[in-house]
Ligand binder design. Structure first.
Ligand code: ARG
Length: 588
């Protein structure tokens, strides 16, 4: 049965052992969850921190235990025998320190080398999730905020997919709403003959949006026509629907360019998709007695919030909230998603809190939010310019995503040329590496921060080959690959037959870090924090550097074992890159 045990999550496996020990040591209670955490002390690799809590519960009742440390001793004594554990000791007020067995560590890495990194995939409770991310608005700019949503959302989706969750990657584009009245009316004005409309004729949709807005604000007659156009569009009049579709199509092509460059998989189900379902959902909510009248609008009052959630505007129209409530209902009931994750800037926090609360009141979601189905708003901070203000171009325009990515790529290409790669490599290699490094740098600079903090966009910093950057990490990976290549050993063969010896302290530190990959991904997934994985990756690279500078690989007596350690490091690094949406490079 032990062979069947899931080898991925060390923490979980230790927790199981400690659970057994706690039950054996305290058969009549108190019943507590085992508290196990990784630690980097000279005393051990993991620590069980239950002794103090238990002691405070039983002090005075049980004379056997005079101090927390004696509770710790009892936990150690009752620990079931396991090949995982080398030794166990009690420190201070009952901390139980565990030193893992070197042989067990090496065996598990070997298993991964043979079975593939997928054997380390986390196992989550949930089977199907929606990640609602990117979600720009038609005809409006796709700005750096949408870039953050795209990068963070894609990474979360990748981590869930790796954990064998079926992910519906949803682009909730803003393709419906009153702005279309004005856009359509302006389109009719500009192109009396509808056949003439196409992206080259319109040119820049953002400029088109601005011009139509100007018209709307300055000309009352136009404004009135625009308002009527909304009604005609919503009433489904063919001419209006066609114009709407044309505008959406032009936007879509723009967005797709960004998704293609960044290799983002996403499926559009915009606001308009849910529109036909809204009346039915409002009806359902109304039947439950949730909806009240307030100043001509239909609203839901939420406990603890002083403004109500408007679900039908006073003019009878629907809004962002009506669409989101309906989309949530659809995702839960039609798509059967158990976990729905929304990635937008923190500025929208209140909107999400409010419609989540409404959904709980309606009984769509469990009230306490701890069980499935579950919803989470993944908020993120601003991207700032060097001046500490919202990131803008010099002419204070919104920064266009495509331009940003182009610049990252051309800067990284210039760096490579400076390193003499233009002579060494084919044009294709140069292009591909420049792109992987440039885009990787943009993504990593975003993901490595806790998403809630604002960060300053700085090309020089993100393209630095030293420090915590994608460039440094990608080069580190390429260097490992070249060590393996230069050894001229058949690593695929060696994987199957040879084993790892972890006698040097730096080998052991690196190997243990590798083994913690699974629990880190699981933590990043459960807490929806990609930066946790970035930190892991950076530390992995640091541990490797230390190992490599203190342990000779090629030509040493331990060459084979150390090559396997190199290979395992490269595999884990690549998986980290993959989960962060970064393409690895193999040559530098
Ligand atoms: N279109 C919105 C914006 O650009 C983001 C939509 C997020 N998703 C959602 N279901 N509300 O701000």
């Amino acid at each position: 049965a032990n062979e069947e045990e899931y080898a991925g999550n060390v923490k979980q496996q230790l927790a199981k052992l400690f659970d057994a020990s706690l039950k054996a040591a305290f058969p009549t209670g108190p019943y507590v969850e085992p508290l196990v955490a990784a630690c980097t002390s000279k005393f051990g690799d993991y620590q069980c921190n239950n002794a103090m809590g238990i002691f405070s519960k039983i002090r005075g009742q049980n004379t056997e235990y005079k101090k927390p440390a004696s509770v710790g001793e009892a936990i150690v004594k009752n620990l079931p025998p396991s090949e995982m554990i080398e030794s166990c000791s009690v420190a201070g007020p009952g901390f139980v320190n565990v030193v893992l067995s070197k042989i067990w560590i090496s065996k598990n890495i070997q298993k991964m080398l043979i079975g593939g990194i997928e054997t380390w995939a986390p196992r989550l409770q949930v089977k199907k999730a929606v990640v609602d991310f990117s979600s720009p608005n038609i005809a409006k700019e796709m700005h750096v905020g949408h870039l953050r949503s795209t990068i963070i959302g894609d990474s979360l989706a990748r981590m869930l997919e790796f954990s064998n969750v079926e992910v519906l990657r949803r682009n909730h584009v803003g393709d419906w709403g009153t702005q279309f009245g004005m856009l359509i009316e302006y389109l009719f004005e500009m192109f009396p003959n509808i056949e003439d409309v196409n992206e080259t004729a319109i040119g820049d949709l953002q400029a088109f949006y601005k011009a139509s807005k100007q018209r709307f604000d300055s000309d009352p007659a136009f404004k009135e026509r625009a308002q009527k156009a909304v009604v005609s569009l919503q009433g489904g009049e063919p001419k209006y629907r066609q114009a709407w579709m044309q505008i959406c199509e032009i936007s879509r092509k723009e967005f797709d360019k960004v998704y293609q460059s960044l290799k983002i998989q996403i499926e559009e189900k915009g606001e308009s998709f849910y529109n036909p379902y809204i009346p039915g959902i409002i009806e359902k909510l109304s039947e439950k007695g949730l909806i009240e009248e307030s100043q001509g609008a239909r609203v839901i009052f939420i406990e603890g919030v002083n403004i109500p959630l408007i679900v039908v505007k006073s003019d009878g129209g629907y809004n962002y909230a009506s669409t989101d409530l309906t989309a949530l209902w659809y995702r839960l009931n039609e798509e059967k998603a158990e976990w729905i994750i929304y990635v937008t800037d923190v500025g929208q926090q209140q909107h999400f809190d409010m419609f989540f609360s409404a959904a709980k009141r309606a009984g769509w979601l469990p009230a306490d939010g701890s069980t499935y189905p579950k919803v989470n708003h993944v908020g993120f901070g601003l991207v700032l310019g060097e001046d500490g203000k919202r990131f803008r171009t010099r002419s204070s325009e919104v920064v266009r995503l495509v331009d940003l990515l182009d610049e990252a790529k051309s800067r990284s290409k210039a760096q490579l040329i400076e390193r003499g790669k233009a002579e060494e490599w084919t044009d294709d290699e140069l292009e591909q590496t420049a792109e992987a490094v440039g885009y990787g740098a943009v993504k990593y600079a975003d993901l490595k921060n806790n998403r809630l903090t604002n960060y300053t966009f700085n090309f020089d910093q993100m393209l630095n080959d030293k420090g915590n950057t994608a460039v440094y990490l990608l080069y580190a990976h390429a260097r490992i690959c070249s060590i393996i290549r230069k050894s001229k050993k058949d690593i695929e063969e060696l994987k199957k037959t040879e084993s790892l010896v972890l006698d040097h302290a730096d080998e052991r530190v690196l190997a243990l870090h590798l083994l913690q990959f699974s629990e880190v991904v699981e933590e990043a997934c459960s807490n929806l924090l990609p930066n946790v994985l970035c930190e892991y990756l950076y530390n992995l690279s640091e541990n490797f550097t230390k190992f490599y500078s203190n342990c000779q690989v090629v030509g040493s007596a331990e060459e084979i074992s150390r090559l396997l350690l190199c290979e395992a490091t490269a595999i884990v690094m690549r998986k980290c890159f993959h989960l962060l949406g970064i393409e690895p490079v193999y040559k530098i």
